[in-house]
Every structure is written in C-alpha cells, then in structure tokens.
Ligand binder design. Structure first.
Ligand code: FEO
Ligand code: CA
Ligand code: CA
Ligand code: CA
Length: 587
C-alpha cells in the first residue's frame, strides 16, 4: 500500500477535469439555466475526497510530476522523490492555480481538443524531498525552482474521457529560470537593471503565478503574486522592499542556488517580478514577455473585457491586505483577424486604480506620470518608476485600500464585473484603516464579493457604479457578523470567481488550511465550488478533499467540461508522510 501522500498524488492532486455528463450548459438548450439549476447541491464535506452532484463525473488529468509531454523527454514521476531538477523541469510543477483552455486548431472554438495553460504557484519542500527542507543545497533549490512556473499541455476528449496528448509539439514547461523578455515602459529602466542583466530587459524565470488571464488573440497571462517570498534581505530594506514585504529571513532559500535572490546584494532583482507575463501557448518556442504597462504588485488575475471601440481592458487585483484593484486600457484596438498584430498591444495604454465611493459610484484614477500626484516633486521620475512602484503610485493617486482582491470576472454579455475580496483580518485593527463602504467589515475573516457596471457599460469608462454582491458567511448563523448577506450554502474566503460561457457565476473558496474546519470555520467544511443561480442563490456544486484550495476553473466553449485545480490537497503538514500539523498558508 503506498503512503497516503502517494495515493493523494495519484488521485487528488493536480488538474482535475470535471467532465459534465449531463447536458449542462449545452448551447441550444431551451433553458440551460434551468437545467444547471436542477443539480442537487452537495452537502458540506469534511471528507478527504472530491464530491460532485449526481450525474456529473470527474477525472484527474494532470497531477504534479506527470510528464508534460514535450518531445524532449518524458521522465516518469518517481514516488521516492528522487526525480532530479532536470526531470522536474519536464514534469508538471506543483500547486496548479490559474488555468485556461485554448481550442485546437486555433480559432476553431472547438471543445474536444485544445491546450491547457496553467501556472504552478509555489512548491512544497516536504513533497519534493524525502527529508524536506533539511540539508538544504543548491540542488534542492534548483528542483524547487523547476517545480515553479507554468505548464502548457495538449488535451483531447477521446471516447468520453479527457487525456493529455503525449508527445505534443505544444507541450512546454516554463520555470523559475526560463528567460523572459521585458516590455513596456519599465523595460530597461534603471530599477530593472541588475549585475546579471545590465539591460534590464531579460529576466530569468517567472514564479509565484496565481490566478491568470487570457487575451482575445489566444495568449495566456500568468500573474506573479507572492514573488517576495522567494527573496531575502537580512540587512536594511529600502522603502520599496518594505512595501513589497521582502522577508528578512529566507523562506525559499533559493539564494543558495542563485545569489540574485539575495535582495541585499541584488536590490533590483525583486523589481523584475510581480508582473503579468504573456505566454503564447500556440508557439512553444516563444519567449514569455513581462508586460510592465500592467503594473507591478501581487497580481491576482488579468481578466479581459473588450471595449465597444475595440480596445482591450484587463482587470487585476493585488492580493495583499489594504492593496488595490486596477484596470489597464490599451491605447490601440485589438486585431481580431491577425493574432500576430497584437504583439505590443499590452505595452501601450493606461493603468488605473479603483476608488470606491460611499455613494455607490466609483472612479478609475490614472497612474500616469505627470498627472495628479505622480510627479517628480512627489518622487515619481518617469512612467517606468510609476509602474515598478505601482502600489506607491496607487497610494498617491488615492485608490481604495481593499480586503485582498483575488479573481475578477466579467460577464460575457453584460460586461458586469465581479471581484472577490478574500479576507482582511487587519481591517479596523490598531493603526490600520477602518471599515469603509466597499470593505464594510472590521476584522473581515470571511471575505466578500463586490460587483460593478462601468459607465455606459463601456469597459474603458473612467467611472462606474458598484454594490456589494455578498458578504460571505453562514446564513444560518445567529451572530449577525457571521451571517453574511446572501441566500444559500455557507461559504468563506472566496478566491476564484468566473462566469461560464452562458453567464452563470461560479465561486471557488480558499480557506487557509490553518483555519479549515477549525472553530467558526467548521460551518464551511472543506473548500468548495459554488454556483450562483439565476435567483442569486449560492449553491454548493463541488467539495474538495481535506486541506485543498479550489481554483483554476476554466471551461470548454460548449460549457460541457469544466477544468479545475485541486491545489495543495493534504497541506496541513510540511512532510509527505505527516499531513497532520496545521501550518500557515495564505496564497
Ligand atoms: Fe494565490 Fe491570492 O491566491
Ligand atoms: Ca488566488
Ligand atoms: Ca493557493
Ligand atoms: Ca487565496
């Protein structure tokens, strides 16, 4: 009998395709909403398994360690953790998060063959190595770096089941050492130059990718989130490094393999992370590009919306307490005919930060050098400076400090926008901002969702009207603070949110393993996927195994298949064979 962790890897961890056996969301149905709403919500679960309603079935598609399927080699996963860093770099990385399905052939709109692009948010030493973080070495750091980054795999529906196509000309791993180009206003900026890269235009790697985005021309946007945890600065930290929360004690210990992660000696290296990175899944030899015009922070999602005049809008949140929501509006129009003509579309445009006013209106404040407070007199020297120091620019512009923005969803027809605010225990704390209209709870343990409509329903507008969609909680609770403000099944810590092709809203939760099923959080059970039905009722569709976060939801265009990531199942301990001890996790 293999150890629990091995069984867990085989059956639970990684990308799980929930193949929907009923005609769920089938285009042409008289009433797909009514059909989907007919599912019997699953009960709250504390079991170590995945549960979906009757009539639906699931299969594991791509688990950590599975060969990516590149022609360069397909090393098998070895259960004794003896895969080398080079082998790990040809296998699925760890802890899948934001994911997108791209039909093959490109532009076909098909739903039976395509590419899945997904990012690998972080790594667990306790699973990568038999002795965990003990006896740390450059080789261990190299393997951890190889377990980070992005995968592109080819998938196909054959005989009613999805499978990875191996080998595939598209299959690819991007890791913490893959060369990435830098474009946009901060490319080549003095704050982006390092000893290793005096040009400030070529960065090794992307990592800490969490939620994601996509473009109308079929590229994948990985959002670098908690990049700061790969760095260390044991000495005095600059104001920017303090704002970025660069730790004084090394967490990842990557500096053992590559000294650039020592931010005391390489102070600009952290500036080269915290970006949104564009990857073309259809061109496996293409270089990922860090698009600096989209700003730098702990990005969560880069959700597109197309303005009536053809400009592209991307919404993104900064998942840290009291950080901001942003949107980017491209200067030029998308070329929907020739995908190759959008190569610089994400380099020219305007980045805005959101201000939510108490009267239900809101304003997008431009983060443009020379405008408002973003002047040399206030320490902003050029647009590259504004973008590297996006958070400070947003402070100066007067954005609203939010309760940890995670995913942002855009309705496929109305262009209504929904954002999750996962929690913020510090709200109203000593020397911290108090509640405001858009973040109304002090000590916000459960999180909430907001929605807004842009003026004139034009995604490029500079003002909007917003409202609270739901304060999370348990509708059955007697304590008003724990009750929430919605109808349906209890949930907390919304993280992922996405509209399906027919316009139904889905919500994924990420209660930290340290709180999961502890104290008041017992009311929510394991993390879950909920659907918000046409009446606005939150209904539990799927529950994950113990310790996991539910994330990565993506759909085929026909709405028949949902792809989902079951991230960090069993992450209640640091060691592969001892999943018992709670530890802090807040990704
Ligand atoms: Fe990686 Fe903000 O979740
Ligand atoms: Ca997230
Ligand atoms: Ca996570
Ligand atoms: Ca989260």
């Amino acid at each position: 009998m293999p150890p629990a962790s091995v069984r867990r890897r085989q059956f639970l961890q990684g990308g799980t395709a929930a193949a929907l056996a009923t005609a769920f969301g089938l285009p042409g149905c008289a009433s797909p909403q009514a059909e989907a709403a007919a599912f019997a919500a699953v009960p709250l679960s504390r079991a170590d398994t995945l549960v979906v309603p009757d009539g639906y079935r699931t299969q594991v598609l791509y688990a950590w360690g599975d060969p990516v399927g590149s022609p360069a080699g397909m090393p098998p996963f070895r259960f004794d953790a003896s895969n080398s860093a080079a082998e790990q770099a040809l296998q699925a990385g760890m802890h899948h998060d934001g994911m997108e399905f791209y039909p093959l052939p490109y532009g076909s709109g098909g739903s039976t063959r395509g590419l899945l692009a997904l990012n690998h948010e972080y790594h667990s030493d306790g699973l990568l190595f038999t002795d965990g973080a003990a006896h740390w070495s450059a080789a261990k750091a190299a393997k951890a770096m190889a377990a980070s980054g992005v995968s592109v795999i080819e998938v196909e529906l054959r005989d009613g089941a999805w499978q990875a196509v191996r080998p595939s000309r598209y299959a690819r791993r991007i890791t913490a050492t893959t060369p990435c180009a830098v474009s946009g206003p901060a490319a080549g900026h003095a704050l982006m130059r390092t000893a290793q890269d005096p040009s400030g235009r070529l960065v090794l790697g992307t990592f800490a990718g969490c939620a994601h985005g996509w473009t109308p021309w079929g590229t994948y946007l990985t959002c670098e989130e908690n990049f700061q945890d790969r760095f260390v600065n044991a000495g005095p930290r600059s104001a920017l490094q303090q704002r970025d929360l660069i730790p004084a004690r090394s967490r990842a210990k990557w500096e053992v393999a590559d000294e650039r992660f020592d931010a005391a000696n390489h102070p600009n290296e952290p500036n080269r992370f915290g970006w949104i990175v564009e990857i073309d899944p259809f061109e496996p030899a293409s270089t990922p590009v860090k698009r600096t015009a989209l700003g730098r922070c702990c990005h969560e999602s880069a959700t597109p919306s197309l303005a009536p005049d053809g400009r592209l809008v991307l919404y993104t949140g900064d998942d840290k307490a009291f950080e901001y929501i942003y949107k980017f509006v491209s200067r030029d129009k998308v070329d929907l005919v020739d995908r190759t003509r959008n190569g610089t579309l994400l380099d020219e445009g305007t980045l805005y930060v959101a201000r939510f006013d108490a009267d239900g209106t809101g304003v997008w404040l431009p983060l443009v050098h020379g405008q408002g407070a973003l002047t040399a007199a206030n320490g902003f020297h050029d647009q590259g400076d504004v973008l590297v120091r996006t958070r400070m620019a947003a402070d100066a512009a007067g954005g609203t400090k939010m309760d940890r923005p995670e995913w942002i969803a855009v309705h496929p027809r109305t262009r209504e926008v929904v954002v999750t605010l996962t929690n913020n225990m510090e709200r109203g704390g000593k020397d911290k901002p108090g509640p405001d209209a858009a973040n109304p709870r002090a000590g916000n343990a459960y999180g909430h969702l907001l929605r807004w409509r842009e003026a004139g329903d034009d995604p490029a507008a500079t003002s909007f009207r917003w409202s609270v969609l739901a304060l999370a909680g348990d509708p059955a609770a007697t304590d008003a603070a724990a009750k929430g403000s919605f109808t349906g099944d209890p949930f907390a810590n919304p993280d992922g949110v996405r509209f399906d092709p027919s316009g139904r809203l889905w919500v994924m939760t990420d209660i930290s393993p340290s709180r999961l099923n502890q104290g008041a959080f017992r009311a929510f059970g394991n993390n879950q996927l909920l659907m918000v039905d046409e009446r606005g009722v939150f209904r539990r569709f799927l529950t994950g195994p113990v310790g996991c976060e539910i994330t990565g939801l993506a759909f085929t265009p026909d709405g028949r298949t949902a792809f989902l990531n079951i991230q960090h199942p069993g992450e209640i301990g640091g060691e592969a064979n001892d999943p018992a001890q709670p530890r802090k996790h807040s990704n």
